[in-house]
Design a protein around this ligand. Structure first.
Ligand SMILES: [Zn+2]
Length: 287
């Protein structure tokens, strides 16, 4: 990508649209303040191996050497991306903003990439980068520009799936400290889940409250309960990540929503999504 094109894109970003995820504030300041000149990492090991995943770090990171962070971002995404069929194309520009991140931003009409902001501290803190970026990468592979979670009554469910992405990624590594990083952070949710004997009833009895959240993301404790409920299923059947691209843009309640989702996915994933349905709404364990 030529420099002129990049500047054109980021000038367009300055008048870009609403935001998604942990922080609902609009980005009021000029994007040019925190986005200088991005430097695409075309030399990344994944870039030359047929993948269409491109992750670019911009200069808001203020790092002398971006390689370490860039490698962590690619590694994080690849724990999920490697399960997506046919190498789908994603271009993600990742900035750093302590106040606004972590967040994924909706595209404006002429943008052909997704923009994510992280807020990990310190800048090279690998567990937090992985935790935050896997969540935001999940929004990207959920086609978040189309489903508009922040305008949806089902934002709580989208947030639960993306919290699941973080759990999935950190548990996919062979580093015990990464698993305990997220498990400790979400310990309260794991305890709540362990006390639930009929998950379907628990979910349905809480659904109205979850839907009523001004922002579904605000009940992060419940979102993580749902995420941990689904984690064993996604760990056993990681092909389930292929279904996220087809999440319906719908305000239907969860039982109908999942039925709509099943209609939208590839037929080969139907049996897997049925397992999700049972695990969320049924009583029986089914992996
Ligand atoms: Zn989110």
């Amino acid at each position: 990508m030529k420099t002129e094109q990049i500047w054109t894109i980021f000038l367009a970003l300055a008048i870009s649209s609403p935001t998604l995820c942990e922080n609902n504030q609009q980005i009021a300041h000029s994007i040019l303040d925190d986005v200088a000149q991005p430097s695409p990492r075309l030399d990344d090991p994944l870039a030359g191996s047929g993948t269409k995943l491109q992750i670019t770090i911009d200069e808001s990171w203020e790092l002398d050497d971006v390689r370490k962070v860039s490698d962590t971002l690619y590694e994080t995404a690849n724990y999920i991306y490697s399960h997506l069929r046919n190498g789908p194309e994603f271009q993600i520009v990742v900035g750093h903003d302590n106040n606004l991140g972590p967040i994924s931003r909706y595209r404006s009409n002429d943008e052909d990439f997704d923009r994510v902001l992280l807020s990990n501290t310190p800048l090279e803190y690998r567990p937090q980068i992985m935790y935050q970026f896997s969540h935001e990468f999940c929004h990207v592979i959920s086609d978040f520009n189309r489903i508009r979670s922040t305008e949806s009554k089902n934002e709580w469910f989208h947030e639960a799936l993306c919290e699941l992405a973080s759990i999935f990624v950190l548990h996919s590594t062979d580093e015990p400290e990464l698993k305990s990083y997220i498990d400790d952070y979400l310990e309260e949710s794991r305890e709540i889940l362990s006390d639930i004997h009929d998950f379907g009833s628990w979910l349905l009895s809480n659904e109205d409250e979850l839907r009523a959240q001004v922002d579904g993301r605000l009940d992060r404790k419940s979102n993580a309960v749902i995420a941990y409920r689904l984690h064993p299923l996604f760990a056993r059947h990681p092909g389930l990540w292929n279904t996220l691209w087809h999440l319906p843009k719908s305000n239907s309640k969860i039982a109908i929503y999942i039925a709509e989702w099943k209609q939208a996915i590839d037929e080969q994933d139907l049996h897997l999504l049925h397992k999700v349905e049972v695990r969320l709404l049924g009583e029986k364990e089914q992996l």
